[in-house]
Design a binder for this molecule. Sequence first.
Ligand code: AMP
Ligand code: ZN
Length: 114
Amino acid sequence: MNSDCLFCKIISKELPASIVFENDDIIIFNDINPRKPIHWLVVPKVHIENLNELSDKVLAGELLTIISTLAKEHGFAEQGYRVLINNKGDGGQEVDHLHLHILAGAPVGPIVCP
Ligand code: AMP
Ligand code: ZN
C-alpha cells in the first residue's frame, strides 16, 4: 500500500471503482476513460510501480491467466482483444502502479504512436 497511489486507494476501497473481478492478489476495474466498449485495468494488489519492478513469476502468470479466463467468460475471447502495458515515461504510463489495459468489444486497429 502506497498512500499516495491512486490505484492503492481503489484497492483499499478508499476510492470507488467499477469492479469487474477481485481475488486476494488482483483487482480488475473499468477504466474511468474507456477507449473501447470494454476497457479494463488489471491491477496487482501489491504496489508494484511498473513492469521493471515485477519479479514475482507466480503473480505475473496470474495476471495473464485471469485475462484469458475472463475474456472467455465475458464473451470477447473469440473476437479478440488487446492487452497493453504502458511503462514509465516513454511508455506513456500515467499511474505509477503496474496495470494491464484490456481493450475489447471493437477493433483496436494497428498500434499507433504519435
Ligand atoms: P496509464 O497511462 O497506462 O498509466 O493508464 C492509466 C489509466 O488509468 C488511464 O487509462 C486512465 O483513464 C485510468 N484512470 C485514471 N484514474 C482512474 C480511476 N479513478 N478509475 C479508473 N481508471 C482510472
Ligand atoms: Zn499503488
